[in-house]
Design a protein. Structure first.
Length: 162
């Protein structure tokens, strides 16, 4: 039995493993552990599907940036997306608060500005795979993104091809 690379052992993944996968030391349980550790994207898909439209919009807006986004830039990208929603959406600060420590991390740059990034690279990969595989989602993303976001999407899609 082999396990995923060491980079998959984040605090969130260990918590999920302890709360949802570890049962006993049977062969079946060990297989479930191996599957869990080798496939972080499946867990992200399930968790992402349970999020509100606002939270999903915030994560999609984060794709507009190659790396971490300055909070004010992310807020602009988020508001661009929710402006077109038919339902009421959360304020950006609330969406960030709900996603912090699970999907995203908020930190400060060396100059003191707040920056936001995905907690784990596999989450970005999962979102890019969804855009690659779903033409409607991809079209909507392209309609709402900035030129920089489109460039980031093209680079990201190039990296997720099989």
């Amino acid at each position: 039995m082999t396990f995923a690379p060491e980079s998959n052992y984040t605090p969130e993944r260990v918590r999920q493993l302890c709360e949802g996968v570890l049962k006993d030391d049977s062969a079946e349980s060990l297989k479930e552990i191996s599957t869990f550790m080798s496939n972080p994207t499946q867990r992200w898909r399930s968790a992402y599907g349970a999020l509100s439209i606002s939270e999903q919009a915030l994560l999609t807006a984060l794709l507009d940036f190659d790396e971490a986004a300055y909070l004010n830039q992310l807020k602009q990208a988020y508001e661009q997306r929710i402006r077109h929603e038919q339902t009421s959406c959360l304020p950006c600060a609330t969406a960030i608060s709900r996603l912090e420590h699970s999907f995203i991390r908020v930190s400060r740059s060396y100059l003191g500005a707040e920056i936001v990034d995905f907690r784990h690279p596999s989450l970005r990969d999962m979102l890019l795979e969804q855009l690659r595989d779903n033409s409607n989602a991809r079209k909507r993303y392209i309609e709402l993104t900035t030129p920089a976001g489109l460039a980031a999407l093209m680079r990201g899609l190039a990296h997720t091809k099989d």
